[in-house]
Design a binder for this molecule. Structure first.
Ligand code: ATP
Ligand code: MG
Length: 562
């Protein structure tokens, strides 16, 4: 077994016990069963890490099975996105399967159930069926079709399949118990007529299995041992067990539920994510603000960070929410050890070094990584008489504890020289337009030979050499920690943060990055982790997405009582 098993959870404990006892009499089999009706999100990543992880750790097999039994919402573009994202996360399935390939087999199972008197064709409408189902305290009432003779059921079922009836004319129901304490067991629907176009089956099929009928039996067909799903399916376990038993599978798979992943300030429901996309609240499924894997990838999050995060939060039986800080911590920790540091000025303020010769420039060597990162490499950065520093790194009347540049103050330019501000130039409106400074040629490399110290070190770029770029600064997509819980009547859309994207159009970055391919990641020193945008960035028009800030500014704000 691999190191990953070091972390045990109740599911892995269970699988280990089942392997030890030989309970299923076959290798461990898991599956990831997405419905191809949206892009995978970080919640799916948790399920993927679990299902693929367990198969790998226990030398089992894992199937990617598209749970594509609903013709109205599914699309092949989602199938492709799901495959791409699973591979990107670092996993490979053993078989790629489709529940829609089991329609014939499920039909045969339906025939088996009808023959055993365990299923019947009901000709009530779905609305009538709902009304007759009773309540938790009151048993349901049988439909007048419940005792249809087997032959009549078989005949109707065959004609349903042949397309003789319109939508809703009949349904196939399990024949279980209309007084069952579990409402799902009160003769649940198994098949319904839908004359709809299916993205894979076209118009060839018109009786569609309901989730409960398709899911467990698909697992059983594939020889799955451990069917892992989220807690909302807890009550469905009874019908799962009933179906695989009645159809006659030996050592059938068993369902185990775990808590779904929820992260503060995110929504995970594909239905809601689809609305964000179709209503234009974001720029698409891969908008870097989305909790989708495509969005996170475009934002610069690595698959390793997501896997580490999933490992850190673990697998539990009870619902909970994960703080955004926990996720961002995993992202930062991962990027810290892999990306080069470069200099980028977000809000440029011109600095003229009055004692630096006009027309001269020089190249300064700058390491890509700090000492505590086990990577090496450096590049040359141009230095000249005119520079840009960040506006926020200068204050005319600095409060105590502001250690950056101010009139008369000396600071260090990262990898460069000490400079002292001698004059503040303002425009007619009274705004600071430019700073005049002197530099000390003896401090090249960042230290003064006379041992004098400066309190601040700031980043900069050479005005003539720097490259203009666009920065996309992302903030939380929602204003409230649990957007799903927005009070009744109000829509989760109302909780959107109107400032989730702040675009900076005229940042200036050191020229070395212009050589790098799109999709390169960096730490912009003192600013954050960034990636050049794979869609919009090109030579001459650099666009960077902020993956994550350097520190958890939100926690800091909270600590201050903001
Ligand atoms: P959504 O609520 O986002 O629409 P879903 O459950 O309908 O999700 P599926 O495509 O059916 O989406 O999900 C595939 C698998 O991923 C299922 O086994 C499901 O339980 C699991 N899954 C979905 N959301 C989460 C989540 N937030 N955390 C953990 N697992 C999840
Ligand atoms: Mg689902």
């Amino acid at each position: 077994m691999t190191q990953e098993t070091a972390r045990r959870d109740f599911i892995r404990e269970m699988v280990a016990r089942d392997v030890a006892s030989g309970k299923f009499g076959r290798p461990v089999g898991t599956r990831f069963p997405p419905e191809p009706n949206g892009y995978p999100h970080i919640g799916h990543a948790k399920s993927i890490c679990l299902n693929f992880g367990i198969a790998r750790e226990f030398n089992g097999k894992v199937n990617l099975r598209f749970d594509d039994t609903n013709p109205s919402t599914e699309d092949v573009k989602y199938v492709e996105a799901i495959k791409e994202d699973i591979r990107w996360l670092g996993f490979q399935w053993d078989s790629e399967l489709y529940a829609s390939d089991y329609f014939e087999q499920l039909y045969e199972f339906a025939v088996v159930l009808v023959r055993k008197g365990k299923a019947y064709v009901d000709s009530e409408t779905e609305e009538e069926i709902r009304q007759h189902r009773g309540t938790v305290t009151r048993p349901g009432t049988p439909s007048k079709y419940r005792d249809r003779p087997v032959e009549e059921n078989l005949d109707l079922l065959e004609r349903m399949r042949a397309g003789e009836f319109p939508d809703g004319a009949h349904v196939l129901r399990a024949r279980i118990d209309l007084a069952h304490p579990n409402m799902i067991m009160r003769d649940p629907l198994l098949l319904r007529i839908r004359h709809a176009h299916h993205y894979r089956r076209g118009d060839a099929w018109c009786i569609y299995p309901l989730y409960d009928f398709a899911h467990g039996l698909s697992d059983a067909i594939e020889g799955i041992t451990h069917s892992l799903c989220t807690l909302e399916f807890k009550d469905n376990r009874e019908i799962y067990d009933w179906l695989v038993r009645e159809v006659g599978f030996e050592n059938p798979p068993e369902q185990t539920e775990f808590a779904r992943l929820n992260i503060d300030y995110m929504v995970m429901s594909k239905r809601k994510l689809l609305r964000l996309v179709t209503e234009g609240q974001v720029r698409g499924w891969d908008d870097p603000r989305m909790p989708t894997l495509a969005g996170m990838r475009r934002r610069g999050v690595t698959p390793e960070a997501i896997r580490t995060f999933c490992d850190t939060i673990g697998v539990a039986r009870a619902e909970s929410r994960v703080e955004l800080a926990t996720f961002e911590h995993a992202v930062r920790d991962d990027l810290n050890l892999r990306v080069p540091r470069v200099l980028c000025v977000v809000k440029p303020l011109k600095v003229v070094l009055t004692n630096y010769p006009e027309g001269k420039s020089e190249e300064l060597e700058a390491p890509y990584y700090p000492h505590d990162v086990p990577l090496t490499g450096s590049r040359m950065i141009p230095f000249s008489r005119e520079l840009y520093i960040d506006r926020d790194d200068f204050m005319e009347n600095p409060p105590r504890k502001f250690f950056r540049l101010a009139p008369g103050r000396e600071v260090r330019l990262r990898y460069g020289y000490f400079i002292t501000c001698t004059e503040v130039i303002k425009n007619p409106a009274g705004e600071i337009a430019e700073l005049r400074c002197t530099y000390d040629p003896a401090t090249k490399g960042g230290d003064a030979p006379d041992g004098r110290k400066v309190q601040g070190t700031i980043h900069w770029v050479s005005a003539a050499h720097a490259v203009a770029c666009e920065l996309r600064l992302y903030h939380r997509l929602f204003n409230v920690p649990d957007p799903d819980a927005v009070s009744e009547g109000r829509d989760f859309i109302a909780a959107l943060n109107p400032e989730s994207l702040v675009v900076v159009h005229d940042a200036r970055i050191e020229p070395s990055v212009a050589r790098d391919p799109v999709g390169s990641r960096y730490q912009f020193e003192r600013t954050g982790y960034f990636i050049s945008d794979v869609v919009d960035s090109r030579p001459g028009t650099l666009v960077f997405n902020r993956t994550v800030t350097l520190k958890d500014s939100w926690q800091k704000q909270k600590a201050k009582g903001a």
